[in-house]
Write a protein that binds this ligand. Structure first.
Ligand code: ADP
Ligand code: ZN
Length: 228
């Protein structure tokens, strides 16, 4: 055990210091051999964080973006203008974490603003983007950028929420996040709407949605769960 530990130090010490730092930060999330190879052949890649509301997608996105900035990588973050939750200029998690971002009306507006030397592109609320986002993330990855998209994978009726299914298809790395069912405490995979509306897009947070499991979810509006 002790000698293994010492060996790994010798290997790390023999690498160029800057390169070691980048590798440690960049691969900390998922330290796979595949990811090292992806980096070595000069292309970028696409990561998707998908799940229900309150499952920690924004928290996970913010965590990865912060780590990239600690590694002194150039980071740009975008979100659709439709999401007016908490702030116009920031992405925000339900637990209060924030990260600066640029609101955009569509994919074309985002692509106009991505700078050549940007290494990491973060995108929140991916489900509100138009279909050209799929080609866009592929293009950015082909240019050598790391693209991280967070978004809702299902709408309030449990139907796949485009363009998230297509983004999941083209991503190299996928993380599914889960919330806790507010009715029974098990793993929640659904966003239960708790106000009467049949619009697919009804922007809100705990005032309009709650997390539910497969057993407790119903695919239309239901009254909110009350806790004593
Ligand atoms: P998402 O982006 O997936 O909507 P956020 O990252 O904004 O999720 O928020 C996750 C946070 O929401 C959790 O860390 C927790 O503090 C809070 N939260 C509120 N309700 C729930 C729930 N039912 N299950 C899990 N987390 C919840
Ligand atoms: Zn439940």
């Amino acid at each position: 055990m002790f000698s293994q530990h010492r060996n790994s130090h010798i290997i790390v010490d023999s690498l160029h210091q800057d390169q070691t730092e980048i590798m440690v930060e960049e691969f900390a999330f998922d330290n796979t051999e595949e990811r090292r190879k992806t980096r070595q052949n000069g292309t970028g890649w696409v990561e998707v964080i998908a799940g229900s509301m309150f499952s920690g997608k924004s928290e996970e996105l913010i965590r990865r973006l912060n780590r990239a900035r600690i590694a002194r990588q150039k980071v740009q973050v975008f979100k659709p203008r439709i999401d007016k939750r908490y702030s116009h200029e920031e992405i925000a998690s339900h637990s209060g974490q924030t990260h600066g971002s640029t609101p955009v009306s569509n994919t074309a507006e985002m692509m106009e603003q991505v700078l050549d030397d940007t290494q990491v592109v973060g995108i929140d609320e991916g489900q509100f983007f138009d279909m050209p986002i799929i080609q866009a993330v592929n293009d950015l990855a082909a240019q050598g950028k790391r693209v991280i998209v967070a978004g809702l994978d299902q709408d309030y009726t449990g139907r796949p929420f485009e363009p998230m299914p297509q983004l999941l298809s083209v991503a190299e790395f996928i993380t599914k996040t889960h919330a806790i069912c507010v009715k029974c405490g098990s793993t929640a995979n659904y966003s239960q709407r708790t106000v009467e509306s049949e619009a697919r897009v009804e922007v809100g947070a705990a005032d309009k949605y709650e997390a539910r499991c497969r057993k407790c979810f119903i695919p239309h509006a239901d009254s909110p769960t009350l806790h004593e």
